[in-house]
Design a protein around this ligand. Structure first.
Ligand SMILES: NC(=O)C1=CN([C@@H]2O[C@H](COP(=O)(O)OP(=O)(O)OC[C@H]3O[C@@H](n4cnc5c(N)ncnc54)[C@H](OP(=O)(O)O)[C@@H]3O)[C@@H](O)[C@H]2O)[C@@H](O)CC1
Ligand SMILES: Nc1ncnc2c1ncn2[C@@H]1O[C@H](COP(=O)(O)OP(=O)(O)O)[C@@H](O)[C@H]1O
Ligand SMILES: [K+]
Length: 466
Protein backbone atom coordinates (compact mmCIF):
# COMPACT_ATOMS: atom_id res chain seq x y z
CA UNK A 1 0.00 0.00 0.00
CA UNK A 2 1.21 3.46 -0.74
CA UNK A 3 -0.10 6.31 1.42
CA UNK A 4 -0.67 9.83 0.17
CA UNK A 5 -1.03 12.93 2.34
CA UNK A 6 -2.77 16.21 1.53
CA UNK A 7 -0.73 19.42 1.48
CA UNK A 8 -2.31 20.66 4.72
CA UNK A 9 -1.15 17.50 6.51
CA UNK A 10 2.31 17.75 4.90
CA UNK A 11 2.71 21.34 6.04
CA UNK A 12 1.68 20.48 9.59
CA UNK A 13 4.22 17.63 9.68
CA UNK A 14 6.91 19.85 8.14
CA UNK A 15 6.29 22.50 10.79
CA UNK A 16 6.89 19.94 13.51
CA UNK A 17 10.14 18.80 11.90
CA UNK A 18 11.25 22.40 11.28
CA UNK A 19 10.82 23.13 14.99
CA UNK A 20 13.69 20.77 15.80
CA UNK A 21 16.09 20.87 12.85
CA UNK A 22 18.33 23.77 11.75
CA UNK A 23 16.72 26.23 9.34
CA UNK A 24 17.37 25.35 5.74
CA UNK A 25 18.43 21.78 6.36
CA UNK A 26 15.17 20.30 5.09
CA UNK A 27 15.40 22.27 1.88
CA UNK A 28 19.00 21.27 1.32
CA UNK A 29 18.17 17.58 1.83
CA UNK A 30 15.30 17.94 -0.61
CA UNK A 31 17.49 19.77 -3.12
CA UNK A 32 20.29 17.22 -2.82
CA UNK A 33 17.74 14.55 -3.73
CA UNK A 34 16.66 16.58 -6.76
CA UNK A 35 20.28 17.01 -7.90
CA UNK A 36 20.99 13.30 -7.49
CA UNK A 37 18.01 12.30 -9.61
CA UNK A 38 18.81 15.02 -12.16
CA UNK A 39 22.31 13.59 -12.64
CA UNK A 40 20.82 10.15 -13.08
CA UNK A 41 18.18 11.06 -15.66
CA UNK A 42 19.80 13.88 -17.63
CA UNK A 43 21.10 12.88 -21.03
CA UNK A 44 23.79 15.58 -20.89
CA UNK A 45 25.56 18.09 -18.69
CA UNK A 46 23.44 21.20 -19.38
CA UNK A 47 20.56 21.69 -16.99
CA UNK A 48 18.08 24.56 -16.82
CA UNK A 49 16.00 25.70 -13.85
CA UNK A 50 12.60 27.36 -13.85
CA UNK A 51 12.47 29.14 -10.52
CA UNK A 52 9.23 30.38 -8.98
CA UNK A 53 8.56 32.72 -6.10
CA UNK A 54 8.61 30.29 -3.20
CA UNK A 55 10.44 27.39 -1.60
CA UNK A 56 9.84 25.16 -4.61
CA UNK A 57 12.08 27.58 -6.49
CA UNK A 58 14.43 27.46 -3.51
CA UNK A 59 14.73 23.71 -3.91
CA UNK A 60 15.55 24.18 -7.59
CA UNK A 61 18.22 26.80 -6.85
CA UNK A 62 19.87 24.63 -4.20
CA UNK A 63 19.73 21.68 -6.59
CA UNK A 64 21.45 23.96 -9.13
CA UNK A 65 24.11 24.67 -6.53
CA UNK A 66 24.79 20.94 -5.98
CA UNK A 67 24.81 20.31 -9.72
CA UNK A 68 27.33 23.12 -10.26
CA UNK A 69 29.55 21.46 -7.66
CA UNK A 70 29.44 18.35 -9.85
CA UNK A 71 30.59 20.40 -12.83
CA UNK A 72 27.20 20.64 -14.57
CA UNK A 73 26.43 23.79 -16.60
CA UNK A 74 23.34 25.21 -14.90
CA UNK A 75 21.25 28.19 -16.00
CA UNK A 76 18.17 29.53 -14.24
CA UNK A 77 15.16 31.62 -15.23
CA UNK A 78 13.81 33.58 -12.27
CA UNK A 79 10.08 34.04 -12.81
CA UNK A 80 9.76 36.59 -10.03
CA UNK A 81 13.31 37.84 -9.31
CA UNK A 82 12.58 39.91 -6.19
CA UNK A 83 10.89 36.91 -4.55
CA UNK A 84 13.39 34.24 -5.59
CA UNK A 85 14.70 32.29 -2.58
CA UNK A 86 17.53 34.55 -1.38
CA UNK A 87 19.90 31.99 0.17
CA UNK A 88 19.38 29.53 -2.65
CA UNK A 89 20.04 32.19 -5.26
CA UNK A 90 23.18 33.41 -3.51
CA UNK A 91 24.55 29.86 -3.25
CA UNK A 92 23.64 29.14 -6.87
CA UNK A 93 25.38 32.28 -8.11
CA UNK A 94 28.43 31.70 -5.95
CA UNK A 95 28.81 28.21 -7.39
CA UNK A 96 28.85 29.66 -10.93
CA UNK A 97 25.18 29.24 -11.87
CA UNK A 98 23.97 31.66 -14.54
CA UNK A 99 20.72 33.61 -14.44
CA UNK A 100 19.21 33.87 -17.93
CA UNK A 101 16.03 35.18 -19.59
CA UNK A 102 15.16 31.98 -21.41
CA UNK A 103 16.34 28.37 -21.26
CA UNK A 104 18.07 27.28 -24.46
CA UNK A 105 20.14 24.23 -25.31
CA UNK A 106 19.56 22.32 -22.11
CA UNK A 107 19.36 18.55 -21.68
CA UNK A 108 17.02 18.65 -18.71
CA UNK A 109 14.73 21.25 -17.16
CA UNK A 110 14.13 21.34 -13.42
CA UNK A 111 10.64 22.67 -12.75
CA UNK A 112 10.77 24.68 -9.53
CA UNK A 113 7.91 27.00 -10.49
CA UNK A 114 5.49 25.99 -7.78
CA UNK A 115 4.88 23.03 -5.47
CA UNK A 116 2.71 22.69 -2.39
CA UNK A 117 1.26 26.19 -2.81
CA UNK A 118 0.18 25.65 -6.42
CA UNK A 119 -3.38 26.77 -7.05
CA UNK A 120 -5.21 27.55 -10.27
CA UNK A 121 -3.64 27.84 -13.69
CA UNK A 122 0.05 28.53 -14.26
CA UNK A 123 0.73 32.27 -14.18
CA UNK A 124 1.07 33.62 -17.76
CA UNK A 125 4.85 34.12 -17.68
CA UNK A 126 5.38 30.62 -16.27
CA UNK A 127 3.00 29.20 -18.90
CA UNK A 128 4.98 30.98 -21.61
CA UNK A 129 8.26 29.37 -20.52
CA UNK A 130 6.62 25.95 -20.15
CA UNK A 131 5.13 26.18 -23.64
CA UNK A 132 8.60 26.58 -25.16
CA UNK A 133 10.33 23.73 -23.36
CA UNK A 134 11.96 21.20 -25.62
CA UNK A 135 13.87 19.11 -23.07
CA UNK A 136 12.58 16.49 -20.61
CA UNK A 137 11.39 17.91 -17.32
CA UNK A 138 12.15 16.89 -13.76
CA UNK A 139 9.44 18.36 -11.54
CA UNK A 140 10.32 19.43 -8.02
CA UNK A 141 7.67 18.07 -5.63
CA UNK A 142 4.88 18.17 -8.23
CA UNK A 143 4.54 19.20 -11.88
CA UNK A 144 3.63 22.89 -11.91
CA UNK A 145 0.13 23.61 -13.15
CA UNK A 146 -1.31 20.49 -11.49
CA UNK A 147 -3.15 21.03 -8.23
CA UNK A 148 -1.14 19.08 -5.63
CA UNK A 149 -4.25 18.03 -3.69
CA UNK A 150 -6.60 17.14 -6.54
CA UNK A 151 -4.41 16.60 -9.58
CA UNK A 152 -6.72 18.99 -11.46
CA UNK A 153 -5.24 20.85 -14.42
CA UNK A 154 -6.63 24.25 -15.25
CA UNK A 155 -4.68 25.07 -18.39
CA UNK A 156 -1.11 24.64 -19.51
CA UNK A 157 0.91 22.49 -17.17
CA UNK A 158 4.30 20.89 -16.93
CA UNK A 159 4.53 17.40 -18.35
CA UNK A 160 7.13 15.73 -16.17
CA UNK A 161 9.25 12.75 -17.13
CA UNK A 162 10.15 12.39 -13.47
CA UNK A 163 8.94 14.01 -10.26
CA UNK A 164 11.07 14.18 -7.14
CA UNK A 165 8.98 14.64 -4.03
CA UNK A 166 9.87 14.91 -0.37
CA UNK A 167 8.85 13.26 2.86
CA UNK A 168 5.74 11.54 1.53
CA UNK A 169 3.59 11.23 -1.56
CA UNK A 170 0.86 13.80 -2.14
CA UNK A 171 -2.53 13.16 -3.81
CA UNK A 172 -1.36 14.51 -7.18
CA UNK A 173 1.13 11.66 -7.42
CA UNK A 174 -1.69 9.12 -7.57
CA UNK A 175 -4.33 11.21 -9.30
CA UNK A 176 -2.39 12.65 -12.25
CA UNK A 177 0.53 11.93 -14.53
CA UNK A 178 3.74 12.94 -12.74
CA UNK A 179 6.02 10.64 -14.72
CA UNK A 180 8.30 8.44 -12.67
CA UNK A 181 7.79 9.52 -9.04
CA UNK A 182 10.80 9.41 -6.70
CA UNK A 183 10.50 9.95 -2.97
CA UNK A 184 13.31 11.61 -1.00
CA UNK A 185 13.36 11.07 2.75
CA UNK A 186 13.50 14.35 4.67
CA UNK A 187 12.56 12.89 8.05
CA UNK A 188 8.83 13.55 7.85
CA UNK A 189 7.65 9.99 8.46
CA UNK A 190 7.57 10.10 12.28
CA UNK A 191 5.40 13.21 12.10
CA UNK A 192 2.84 11.72 9.71
CA UNK A 193 -0.15 9.84 11.09
CA UNK A 194 -2.34 7.71 8.77
CA UNK A 195 -2.58 8.81 5.14
CA UNK A 196 -5.51 10.66 3.54
CA UNK A 197 -5.51 8.40 0.48
CA UNK A 198 -4.16 4.94 -0.23
CA UNK A 199 -3.07 3.33 -3.45
CA UNK A 200 -3.24 -0.47 -3.43
CA UNK A 201 -0.19 -2.18 -4.85
CA UNK A 202 -0.23 -5.35 -6.89
CA UNK A 203 0.90 -7.37 -3.86
CA UNK A 204 -2.00 -6.04 -1.74
CA UNK A 205 -4.48 -7.15 -4.37
CA UNK A 206 -2.79 -10.52 -4.74
CA UNK A 207 -2.89 -11.09 -0.99
CA UNK A 208 -6.58 -10.18 -0.77
CA UNK A 209 -7.79 -12.09 -3.83
CA UNK A 210 -9.97 -15.05 -2.76
CA UNK A 211 -8.50 -18.47 -3.42
CA UNK A 212 -10.36 -21.73 -2.72
CA UNK A 213 -8.94 -23.97 -0.02
CA UNK A 214 -9.07 -27.77 0.44
CA UNK A 215 -12.35 -27.65 2.33
CA UNK A 216 -14.12 -25.27 -0.06
CA UNK A 217 -16.90 -26.20 -2.40
CA UNK A 218 -18.92 -24.19 -4.88
CA UNK A 219 -21.15 -22.71 -2.16
CA UNK A 220 -18.63 -21.89 0.55
CA UNK A 221 -16.78 -19.28 -1.53
CA UNK A 222 -19.75 -16.98 -1.87
CA UNK A 223 -22.34 -17.13 -4.62
CA UNK A 224 -22.62 -14.02 -6.78
CA UNK A 225 -26.01 -12.93 -8.08
CA UNK A 226 -26.25 -10.84 -11.23
CA UNK A 227 -29.42 -8.82 -11.87
CA UNK A 228 -28.52 -7.12 -15.12
CA UNK A 229 -29.38 -6.99 -18.81
CA UNK A 230 -32.67 -6.74 -20.65
CA UNK A 231 -34.08 -7.73 -24.00
CA UNK A 232 -32.54 -4.51 -25.37
CA UNK A 233 -29.19 -4.87 -23.61
CA UNK A 234 -28.38 -8.57 -23.13
CA UNK A 235 -24.64 -7.90 -23.58
CA UNK A 236 -24.34 -6.12 -20.24
CA UNK A 237 -25.61 -9.26 -18.51
CA UNK A 238 -23.19 -11.47 -20.43
CA UNK A 239 -20.23 -9.24 -19.52
CA UNK A 240 -21.10 -8.77 -15.83
CA UNK A 241 -21.83 -12.48 -15.35
CA UNK A 242 -18.64 -13.43 -17.18
CA UNK A 243 -16.54 -11.15 -15.01
CA UNK A 244 -18.04 -12.66 -11.86
CA UNK A 245 -17.36 -16.16 -13.17
CA UNK A 246 -13.75 -15.39 -14.05
CA UNK A 247 -12.94 -13.45 -10.88
CA UNK A 248 -13.55 -16.11 -8.27
CA UNK A 249 -14.34 -19.81 -8.06
CA UNK A 250 -17.67 -20.96 -6.77
CA UNK A 251 -20.95 -20.07 -8.37
CA UNK A 252 -22.71 -17.29 -10.21
CA UNK A 253 -26.47 -17.01 -10.51
CA UNK A 254 -28.00 -14.83 -13.20
CA UNK A 255 -31.57 -13.54 -12.95
CA UNK A 256 -33.23 -11.53 -15.68
CA UNK A 257 -34.45 -11.13 -19.23
CA UNK A 258 -31.10 -12.04 -20.80
CA UNK A 259 -31.04 -15.55 -19.33
CA UNK A 260 -30.85 -17.23 -22.74
CA UNK A 261 -27.93 -15.07 -23.88
CA UNK A 262 -26.07 -15.57 -20.63
CA UNK A 263 -26.62 -19.35 -20.70
CA UNK A 264 -25.41 -19.54 -24.30
CA UNK A 265 -22.13 -17.75 -23.47
CA UNK A 266 -21.63 -19.08 -19.92
CA UNK A 267 -23.08 -22.58 -19.53
CA UNK A 268 -21.75 -22.72 -15.95
CA UNK A 269 -23.95 -19.82 -14.79
CA UNK A 270 -27.20 -20.80 -13.07
CA UNK A 271 -29.75 -18.76 -15.02
CA UNK A 272 -33.33 -17.85 -14.34
CA UNK A 273 -35.69 -15.36 -15.91
CA UNK A 274 -36.86 -13.80 -12.69
CA UNK A 275 -35.24 -12.40 -9.56
CA UNK A 276 -37.94 -14.01 -7.43
CA UNK A 277 -36.65 -17.52 -8.11
CA UNK A 278 -32.94 -16.72 -8.31
CA UNK A 279 -32.01 -18.68 -5.20
CA UNK A 280 -29.63 -17.62 -2.43
CA UNK A 281 -26.57 -15.49 -3.10
CA UNK A 282 -23.99 -13.76 -0.91
CA UNK A 283 -23.92 -10.54 -2.99
CA UNK A 284 -25.80 -8.95 -5.84
CA UNK A 285 -24.64 -6.99 -8.85
CA UNK A 286 -27.55 -4.86 -10.03
CA UNK A 287 -27.99 -2.45 -12.86
CA UNK A 288 -25.90 -2.93 -16.01
CA UNK A 289 -28.28 -2.88 -18.98
CA UNK A 290 -31.24 -3.46 -16.65
CA UNK A 291 -33.36 -0.53 -17.82
CA UNK A 292 -35.13 1.91 -15.57
CA UNK A 293 -38.80 0.89 -15.91
CA UNK A 294 -41.10 -0.38 -13.18
CA UNK A 295 -39.86 -3.96 -13.55
CA UNK A 296 -36.26 -2.82 -13.11
CA UNK A 297 -37.21 -0.80 -10.03
CA UNK A 298 -38.80 -3.89 -8.53
CA UNK A 299 -35.59 -5.86 -9.19
CA UNK A 300 -33.54 -3.17 -7.47
CA UNK A 301 -35.89 -3.11 -4.48
CA UNK A 302 -35.60 -6.87 -4.19
CA UNK A 303 -31.79 -6.91 -4.18
CA UNK A 304 -31.54 -3.98 -1.76
CA UNK A 305 -33.86 -5.83 0.58
CA UNK A 306 -32.00 -9.15 0.29
CA UNK A 307 -29.71 -8.55 3.27
CA UNK A 308 -26.50 -9.15 1.30
CA UNK A 309 -23.98 -6.66 -0.14
CA UNK A 310 -24.98 -5.01 -3.41
CA UNK A 311 -22.91 -3.47 -6.19
CA UNK A 312 -25.28 -0.95 -7.78
CA UNK A 313 -24.10 0.20 -11.19
CA UNK A 314 -25.39 1.96 -14.30
CA UNK A 315 -29.22 1.85 -14.49
CA UNK A 316 -29.40 1.05 -10.78
CA UNK A 317 -27.70 4.38 -10.09
CA UNK A 318 -30.02 6.20 -12.46
CA UNK A 319 -33.04 4.65 -10.75
CA UNK A 320 -31.73 5.65 -7.31
CA UNK A 321 -31.20 9.18 -8.64
CA UNK A 322 -34.68 9.39 -10.19
CA UNK A 323 -36.45 7.75 -7.32
CA UNK A 324 -34.62 8.14 -3.99
CA UNK A 325 -37.46 6.28 -2.26
CA UNK A 326 -35.87 3.11 -3.59
CA UNK A 327 -33.27 3.49 -0.84
CA UNK A 328 -36.03 2.71 1.65
CA UNK A 329 -35.86 -0.91 0.57
CA UNK A 330 -32.31 -1.16 1.84
CA UNK A 331 -31.65 -2.77 5.14
CA UNK A 332 -29.37 -0.27 6.94
CA UNK A 333 -26.82 -3.02 7.51
CA UNK A 334 -26.58 -3.90 3.83
CA UNK A 335 -23.25 -2.72 2.40
CA UNK A 336 -23.72 -1.01 -0.96
CA UNK A 337 -21.05 -0.20 -3.52
CA UNK A 338 -22.12 2.49 -6.01
CA UNK A 339 -20.05 2.73 -9.19
CA UNK A 340 -20.98 5.94 -11.02
CA UNK A 341 -19.18 7.48 -13.96
CA UNK A 342 -19.29 11.28 -13.99
CA UNK A 343 -22.70 11.62 -15.63
CA UNK A 344 -24.25 9.10 -13.27
CA UNK A 345 -22.64 10.91 -10.36
CA UNK A 346 -24.17 14.14 -11.60
CA UNK A 347 -27.61 12.56 -11.68
CA UNK A 348 -27.16 11.18 -8.19
CA UNK A 349 -25.35 13.98 -6.37
CA UNK A 350 -24.55 16.94 -8.64
CA UNK A 351 -21.45 18.12 -10.44
CA UNK A 352 -18.28 16.15 -9.75
CA UNK A 353 -16.05 19.24 -9.90
CA UNK A 354 -12.26 19.36 -9.85
CA UNK A 355 -11.84 17.56 -6.57
CA UNK A 356 -12.77 13.97 -7.38
CA UNK A 357 -11.72 12.72 -3.96
CA UNK A 358 -14.02 15.21 -2.24
CA UNK A 359 -16.79 14.25 -4.67
CA UNK A 360 -16.47 10.53 -3.91
CA UNK A 361 -16.34 11.23 -0.17
CA UNK A 362 -19.43 13.43 -0.37
CA UNK A 363 -21.44 10.68 -2.01
CA UNK A 364 -20.11 7.98 0.32
CA UNK A 365 -21.19 10.06 3.26
CA UNK A 366 -24.59 10.92 1.81
CA UNK A 367 -25.54 7.35 0.90
CA UNK A 368 -23.62 5.51 3.60
CA UNK A 369 -22.11 3.47 0.78
CA UNK A 370 -18.77 2.78 -0.80
CA UNK A 371 -18.61 5.04 -3.86
CA UNK A 372 -16.32 4.16 -6.75
CA UNK A 373 -16.06 7.19 -9.02
CA UNK A 374 -14.89 5.87 -12.37
CA UNK A 375 -12.32 7.48 -14.60
CA UNK A 376 -8.70 7.36 -15.67
CA UNK A 377 -7.99 7.84 -11.99
CA UNK A 378 -10.68 5.93 -10.15
CA UNK A 379 -11.42 7.17 -6.63
CA UNK A 380 -13.10 4.89 -4.12
CA UNK A 381 -14.44 6.32 -0.87
CA UNK A 382 -15.92 4.49 2.09
CA UNK A 383 -18.42 6.10 4.46
CA UNK A 384 -15.89 5.79 7.31
CA UNK A 385 -13.54 8.19 5.51
CA UNK A 386 -11.07 5.75 3.96
CA UNK A 387 -10.22 6.50 0.34
CA UNK A 388 -8.44 4.41 -2.29
CA UNK A 389 -7.11 5.75 -5.58
CA UNK A 390 -6.35 3.65 -8.63
CA UNK A 391 -4.91 5.36 -11.68
CA UNK A 392 -4.75 3.56 -14.99
CA UNK A 393 -1.55 3.64 -16.98
CA UNK A 394 -3.48 3.48 -20.26
CA UNK A 395 -6.96 4.56 -21.34
CA UNK A 396 -7.90 1.43 -23.28
CA UNK A 397 -10.59 0.62 -20.72
CA UNK A 398 -12.62 3.61 -21.90
CA UNK A 399 -14.74 1.38 -24.12
CA UNK A 400 -18.43 0.50 -24.01
CA UNK A 401 -19.19 -2.34 -21.65
CA UNK A 402 -16.02 -2.20 -19.61
CA UNK A 403 -18.01 -0.83 -16.67
CA UNK A 404 -20.23 -3.93 -16.81
CA UNK A 405 -17.09 -6.04 -16.41
CA UNK A 406 -16.02 -3.97 -13.41
CA UNK A 407 -19.34 -4.43 -11.65
CA UNK A 408 -19.13 -8.21 -12.09
CA UNK A 409 -15.65 -8.20 -10.56
CA UNK A 410 -16.80 -6.15 -7.58
CA UNK A 411 -19.86 -8.36 -7.04
CA UNK A 412 -17.83 -11.54 -6.95
CA UNK A 413 -15.39 -10.08 -4.40
CA UNK A 414 -18.30 -8.88 -2.26
CA UNK A 415 -19.77 -12.37 -2.40
CA UNK A 416 -16.42 -13.78 -1.32
CA UNK A 417 -16.69 -11.67 1.81
CA UNK A 418 -14.13 -8.93 1.15
CA UNK A 419 -14.58 -5.62 2.91
CA UNK A 420 -16.56 -3.54 0.37
CA UNK A 421 -13.85 -0.87 0.00
CA UNK A 422 -11.19 -3.52 -0.56
CA UNK A 423 -13.48 -5.40 -2.95
CA UNK A 424 -13.92 -2.28 -5.06
CA UNK A 425 -10.21 -1.42 -4.87
CA UNK A 426 -9.04 -4.90 -5.86
CA UNK A 427 -11.57 -5.08 -8.68
CA UNK A 428 -10.49 -1.69 -10.02
CA UNK A 429 -6.84 -2.73 -10.01
CA UNK A 430 -7.44 -6.03 -11.80
CA UNK A 431 -9.74 -4.25 -14.27
CA UNK A 432 -6.97 -1.80 -15.18
CA UNK A 433 -4.44 -4.61 -15.52
CA UNK A 434 -6.78 -6.68 -17.67
CA UNK A 435 -7.29 -3.71 -19.98
CA UNK A 436 -3.54 -3.23 -20.30
CA UNK A 437 -2.86 -6.90 -20.93
CA UNK A 438 -5.67 -7.26 -23.44
CA UNK A 439 -4.91 -4.07 -25.33
CA UNK A 440 -1.16 -4.41 -25.57
CA UNK A 441 -1.09 -1.20 -27.58
CA UNK A 442 -4.24 -1.55 -29.66
CA UNK A 443 -7.93 -0.83 -29.00
CA UNK A 444 -10.04 -3.58 -27.45
CA UNK A 445 -13.72 -4.30 -26.98
CA UNK A 446 -14.89 -4.95 -23.43
CA UNK A 447 -15.12 -8.69 -24.12
CA UNK A 448 -11.35 -8.75 -24.71
CA UNK A 449 -10.84 -7.01 -21.37
CA UNK A 450 -13.08 -9.65 -19.84
CA UNK A 451 -11.06 -12.47 -21.38
CA UNK A 452 -7.86 -11.02 -19.90
CA UNK A 453 -9.16 -11.23 -16.31
CA UNK A 454 -7.46 -14.60 -15.60
CA UNK A 455 -4.10 -13.25 -16.78
CA UNK A 456 -4.57 -10.13 -14.68
CA UNK A 457 -5.32 -12.24 -11.60
CA UNK A 458 -2.27 -14.40 -12.30
CA UNK A 459 -0.21 -11.22 -12.53
CA UNK A 460 -1.23 -10.05 -9.04
CA UNK A 461 -1.14 -13.43 -7.25
CA UNK A 462 1.97 -14.27 -5.20
CA UNK A 463 4.34 -16.50 -7.13
CA UNK A 464 4.65 -19.07 -4.36
CA UNK A 465 0.96 -19.96 -4.24
CA UNK A 466 -0.09 -22.59 -6.81
N1 LIG B 1 8.07 23.56 3.98
C1 LIG B 1 9.25 22.89 3.99
O1 LIG B 1 9.81 22.69 5.02
C2 LIG B 1 9.82 22.37 2.79
C3 LIG B 1 9.30 22.75 1.56
N2 LIG B 1 9.88 22.34 0.46
C4 LIG B 1 9.53 22.92 -0.82
O2 LIG B 1 8.73 24.05 -0.65
C5 LIG B 1 7.61 23.98 -1.51
C6 LIG B 1 6.48 24.81 -1.00
O3 LIG B 1 6.96 26.12 -0.98
P1 LIG B 1 6.05 27.39 -0.73
O4 LIG B 1 5.09 27.11 0.33
O5 LIG B 1 6.98 28.53 -0.53
O6 LIG B 1 5.25 27.58 -2.06
P2 LIG B 1 5.54 27.22 -3.60
O7 LIG B 1 4.86 25.94 -3.92
O8 LIG B 1 6.99 27.33 -3.88
O9 LIG B 1 4.75 28.38 -4.35
C7 LIG B 1 5.36 29.62 -4.47
C8 LIG B 1 4.45 30.64 -5.06
O10 LIG B 1 4.00 30.26 -6.34
C9 LIG B 1 2.88 31.02 -6.70
N3 LIG B 1 1.89 30.19 -7.37
C10 LIG B 1 0.80 29.57 -6.86
N4 LIG B 1 0.14 28.90 -7.78
C11 LIG B 1 0.82 29.09 -8.94
C12 LIG B 1 0.61 28.67 -10.25
N5 LIG B 1 -0.44 27.89 -10.58
N6 LIG B 1 1.49 29.07 -11.21
C13 LIG B 1 2.55 29.84 -10.89
N7 LIG B 1 2.79 30.26 -9.64
C14 LIG B 1 1.95 29.92 -8.67
C15 LIG B 1 2.35 31.60 -5.43
O11 LIG B 1 2.63 32.97 -5.42
P3 LIG B 1 1.64 34.04 -6.09
O12 LIG B 1 2.00 34.08 -7.53
O13 LIG B 1 0.25 33.55 -5.86
O14 LIG B 1 1.96 35.30 -5.40
C16 LIG B 1 3.16 30.87 -4.37
O15 LIG B 1 3.35 31.65 -3.22
C17 LIG B 1 7.33 22.52 -1.61
O16 LIG B 1 6.56 22.21 -2.74
C18 LIG B 1 8.75 21.97 -1.69
O17 LIG B 1 9.22 22.06 -3.02
C19 LIG B 1 11.05 21.48 0.49
O18 LIG B 1 12.17 22.32 0.45
C20 LIG B 1 11.08 20.61 1.70
C21 LIG B 1 10.97 21.43 2.93
N1 LIG C 1 -9.72 7.51 -19.84
C1 LIG C 1 -9.81 6.37 -19.17
N2 LIG C 1 -8.69 5.70 -18.80
C2 LIG C 1 -8.76 4.54 -18.13
N3 LIG C 1 -9.93 3.96 -17.79
C3 LIG C 1 -11.06 4.58 -18.10
C4 LIG C 1 -11.07 5.81 -18.81
N4 LIG C 1 -12.36 6.18 -19.02
C5 LIG C 1 -13.12 5.22 -18.45
N5 LIG C 1 -12.35 4.25 -17.91
C6 LIG C 1 -12.80 3.06 -17.19
O1 LIG C 1 -13.65 2.32 -18.05
C7 LIG C 1 -14.81 1.87 -17.35
C8 LIG C 1 -16.02 2.50 -18.03
O2 LIG C 1 -17.18 2.24 -17.32
P1 LIG C 1 -18.60 2.79 -17.81
O3 LIG C 1 -18.48 4.23 -18.14
O4 LIG C 1 -19.59 2.39 -16.79
O5 LIG C 1 -18.80 2.00 -19.16
P2 LIG C 1 -20.03 1.11 -19.66
O6 LIG C 1 -21.27 1.71 -19.04
O7 LIG C 1 -20.03 1.24 -21.15
O8 LIG C 1 -19.78 -0.27 -19.21
C9 LIG C 1 -14.60 2.27 -15.90
O9 LIG C 1 -13.99 1.22 -15.20
C10 LIG C 1 -13.65 3.44 -16.00
O10 LIG C 1 -12.85 3.61 -14.84
K1 LIG D 1 7.23 22.08 -9.35
Amino acid sequence: MRGLWTTARVRAAEDRVLARVPAGSLMRRAAFGVATVALEVSAGRRIGLLVGAGNNGGDALWAGYYLRRRGVAVSAVLLDPPRAHAEGLAAFRKAGGRVVDRLTDVDLVIDGIVGLSGRGPLRPDAAEHVAHLDAPVLAVDSPSGLDPDTGAVHGPAVHAAVTVTFGCLKPVHALADCGDVRLVDIGLTPELAGPDLVELEVSDVGAAWPVPGPTDDKYTQGVTGVAAGSATYPGAAVLATGAALLATSGMVRYAGAAAEDVRARWPEAICTGSITDAGRVQAWVAGPGLGTGLGAEEVLRTVLDAGVPVCADADAITMLANNPDLWDARDPDTPVVLTPHDREYERLVGEVGDDRVAAAKRAADRFDAVVLLKGHATVIAAPDGRVLVNRARTSWASTAGSGDVLSGLIGSLLAAGLDPLLAAGCAAKVHVLAAELAADGAPIPASALLNAIPDAIRAVRPLTVP
